[in-house]
Ligand binder design. Structure first.
Ligand code: SF4
Ligand code: SF4
Length: 406
């Protein structure tokens, strides 16, 4: 069992954090390099965080199955190249990677990371090659968790999330990106065992508590809105954010797109468990102001409007609670029969027959893993007819209440 180091323990309770925001409107190397450099300098610079001779692991966001960078699903390789070149100016040992569950194909080649890392001269690894070790967790839901040996052996972890919406957890940013340091099989297993948003968010925070990154730099140049993290629409936010506190960074990124960080469960649970600062009033923002980079009408995933489900009264009949959840629907005309959804489903609810996926609603737990892996927009989140009617009714009631209270 791996013993936690002081660096990874929860000894120091954070009360204040600093997050930088720097503009960069497109993936043009010089511009991105200068923006990343300024963004890190604004929070004290790399030398204040990384000592010479350190072993540094750089965690990218590289979903499986792999996709070309221009789809906006992975951290952009040009952004990562800029970070790597800055890191290379220090006398350190760098490894970069993520946990890829693709078989028989080089996912890093498809996204462009293989070519970029060869050009920069940095070691690129699929975390499953280095193996995993069981660590004490003392979490809310998990007592132990398997973490990548490559990540545990690093002195410093640099976290490079891409800012996207997420059909289950509303956003995926700095905290959720660290979920990729555990084996893919466990990611799927936890989805099955901890199926509602509240439970699953606590699991994400449990993993984060074991392997808090030392530095997070977020690629929010082109983000994803709507039904992310793989099927949403690309949206230019034109910013890069940096912080030593990924929780605070998520809170700021969330505020930029007009969502309330108090409604992002991973941010709130981390804040409550003293793993970072989730209260926007306790965060010092340097560089650009939120008001100067905020975007109007950033499209939230359906999950955002359904978060009230986590506090739903227990006296409601079970069937109604089930209908209020966001559920996956198959769009047959888009389905290629690739079976990625069938392979990831933690409950075996999907079968692919004659190249068309079908979902058994009885065994589905609404974890949305199938939506996340489908690269053909053939699985979309939605509500049942009863759920739509109930949601419509509650929206009208809320509006009437608001109107009568004026
Ligand atoms: S629904 Fe998507 S992931 Fe599943 S078989 Fe069809 S195309 Fe593949
Ligand atoms: S069908 Fe999709 S949402 Fe339902 S349990 Fe399987 S992976 Fe999760």
């Amino acid at each position: 069992m791996h013993k936690l180091t002081d660096n990874q323990s929860q000894k120091n309770i954070p009360t204040m954090a600093t997050v930088s925001i720097v503009k960069a409107d497109r993936y043009e190397y010089e511009q991105v390099y200068n923006a990343v450099k300024r963004s890190v300098e604004l929070i004290g610079g790399l030398k204040a965080i990384i000592k010479p001779g350190s072993k540094v692991f750089v965690k990218i966001n590289h979903l499986s199955p792999p996709t070309p960078a221009e789809k906006g699903i992975v951290t952009n390789p040009i952004f990562v190249e800029a970070v790597l070149n800055l890191l290379k100016e220090l006398d350190i040992d760098i490894t970069i990677g993520d946990e890829l569950s693709s078989y028989n194909i080089d996912g890093f080649h498809i996204s462009g990371f293989r070519q970029m890392c060869e050009k920069v001269g940095v070691r690129l690894t699929n975390l499953r090659e280095g193996g995993f070790v069981e660590c004490k967790c003392h979490g809310h839901s998990l007592d132990t968790v398997y973490i990548s040996k490559t990540v545990l052996n690093a002195d410093i972890v640099v976290n490079l999330p891409k800012f996207k919406t997420h059909s289950l957890t509303t956003i995926t940013g700095g905290v959720k990106n660290m979920y990729g340091v555990i084996p893919g099989s466990f990611r799927s297993k936890y989805h099955g065992e901890y199926s509602n948003i509240k439970e699953f968010s606590q699991v994400l925070v449990d993993v984060y508590s074991v392997i808090k990154p030392n530095l997070t730099i977020m690629d929010a140049i082109i983000a994803m809105e709507g039904e992310g993290p793989a099927s949403g629409k690309l949206r230019n936010l034109g910013i890069i954010l940096s912080s030593r506190d990924a929780v605070a960074l998520d809170a700021v990124a969330t505020s930029v797109v007009g969502f309330n960080p108090k409604r992002i469960l991973t941010t709130q649970f981390c804040n409550n468990r003293h793993l970072g600062v989730g209260d926007i009033n306790q965060i010092e923002i340097v560089g650009e102001k939120i008001a100067d980079v905020s975007v109007a009408d950033f499209k939230a995933p359906l999950a955002f409007t359904s978060l009230f489900i986590s506090g739903i009264p227990s006296y409601l009949p079970k069937f109604l609670i089930k209908h209020l959840a966001i559920i996956p629907h198959v769009i047959e005309r888009n389905c290629t029969g690739c079976s990625e959804c069938e392979n990831i489903c933690p409950t075996g609810a999907i079968t692919v027959t004659n190249k068309k996926a079908a979902i058994n609603k009885e065994s589905c737990i609404d974890c949305m893993c199938c939506h996340e892996v489908c690269r053909f927009n053939a699985i979309v989140p939605g509500r049942s007819i009863i759920g739509i009617l109930f949601h419509l009714g509650s929206t009208i009631v809320n509006k009437l209440r608001l109107f009568s209270s004026r």
